[in-house]
Design a protein around this ligand. Structure first.
Ligand code: FES
Length: 78
């Protein structure tokens, strides 16, 4: 699917760049995403966030914190 119509950049291309460790700024500079009309920025950032390795680690850490909090709240009071 084309995400950035102005520069004809697909979600596949953004995902591939994100998985390669490119920052969103890198993607903007190299592909031109969200540098013209800006209508694609939100969608492009979502695709980038889903695929960037650093975001995946942050998501896993957040899930671990949530599980820990859930376990603490479920523990009976003494
Ligand atoms: S659609 Fe991406 S800058 Fe216009």
């Amino acid at each position: 699917m084309i995400v950035c119509v102005c520069h004809r950049v697909s979600d596949h291309t953004i995902a591939k760049a994100a998985r390669s460790g490119h920052s969103f700024d890198d993607i903007q500079l190299e592909l031109g995403v969200a540098t013209q009309c800006g209508q694609c920025e939100s969608c492009a950032r979502d695709v980038w966030a889903e695929c960037h390795p650093g975001q995946a680690i942050a998501h896993l850490k957040l899930e671990a914190v949530r599980a820990s909090l859930h376990a603490a709240n479920a523990a009976p009071c003494a």
